[in-house]
Structure formats: C-alpha cells, structure tokens
Design a protein around this ligand. Structure first.
Ligand code: HEC
Length: 139
C-alpha cells in the first residue's frame, strides 16, 4: 500500500526539480531581457503552475474531467476493473497504450468479463493515451 502512494510523490518531486531548473535558466534570460517586463511575468506564471506539463498528472486531470470515476476507482473494482489491476495486467509500452486508448474510445468488453465499458467517441486519441499512461503508472 505505502509504496503505491509513494510513487506519485517521487514523480512529482522529480518534475518539480526539473521545473525548478528550467525556471532558473529562464529568470537568467529575463534578467538579460529586462525590457519585456510583462511577457517575462507571463512566462514565469506558467512555469510555476503546479504539474501543468507532467504527462502523468495530465492523464489524471483528463480522467477527473470524464465519467471514468462512475465505473473505475484506483484501488477498488466498481463496474470496471480497478486502475491498479489494469496496471498490473499490462506492460506500459507504446503498442499497449495505443490499444487501450482505442478501447477507451470505442468501449467494449471481454478482457475483464461480460460487462462493457461505455464508448467515449468524443475523446481525442492523444488524450485517451495520456489517460492510459496515467492508469498504467499506478503499479
Ligand atoms: C460504464 C462504465 C465505465 C465507464 C464510464 C468507463 N469504464 Fe473503463 N471499463 C469498464 C468496464 C466494464 C471495463 C472492462 C472491459 C472488459 O472486460 O474488456 C473497463 C475497462 C477499462 C480499461 C481496461 C481495458 C482492457 O481492455 O483491459 C481501461 C484502461 C479503462 N477502462 C479506462 C477507462 C477510462 C480512461 C474511462 C473514462 C474515459 C473509462 N474507463 C470509463 C467500465 C467503464
């Protein structure tokens, strides 16, 4: 249990470390470029906004915005399998992420039982892949 909860923190720590590095070099640039004050400020805000560019965090945000949680939970099977069970079943390679993203978009049953997942035809393929990447990171 503990380990599973630790992983996202480690990931976000890494992300913030990387982000902090970027920010430093960015403020150096700003110092050289002090005439464009407002533009510099705008760049700064986006750098500080938490987790905005981390792929895994993006997948989670996308999932939170969708109906996924009516049928899925991270740890517990509801209508659909728990995300951690999905993560345990598959390897997070490009082909698998692609296949599961199609499944989220098209819906269907058969891999976990007879109950079908609803299709999500309005989802962009790229967004579906972000979601699957997040789900498969929950090992
Ligand atoms: C109506 C309930 C329902 C909703 C809403 C739903 N799912 Fe599912 N999901 C299921 C069921 C049931 C399965 C098992 C399908 C099977 O047996 O192949 C499943 C399976 C999955 C799988 C594994 C697919 C496989 O073939 O192993 C993933 C990944 C997944 N869902 C992600 C999502 C995401 C992301 C969303 C939101 C965009 C979502 N689900 C919304 C019911 C749902």
């Amino acid at each position: 249990m503990r380990k599973r909860f630790l992983a996202p923190f480690v990931l976000s720590a890494l992300f913030f470390a990387a982000c902090g590095g970027g920010q430093n070099s960015n403020s150096e640039q700003q110092a050289n470029n002090s005439t464009s004050g407002t533009e510099g400020a705008a760049v700064d805000t986006s750098m500080v906004s938490p987790g905005a560019n981390a792929p895994v965090a993006k997948g989670k945000t996308l999932i939170d915005d969708q109906d996924c949680k009516t049928c899925h939970k991270e740890d517990v099977k509801l209508v659909g399998p728990a995300y951690k069970d999905v993560a345990a079943k598959y390897t997070a390679d490009e082909a698998t992420i692609d296949k599961l993203a199609d499944k989220v978009i098209n819906g269907g049953s058969g891999n976990w039982g007879d109950v079908a997942m609803l299709p999500h035809p309005s989802l962009a393929k790229e967004d579906a892949k972000e979601m699957v990447t997040y789900i498969l990171s929950l090992k």
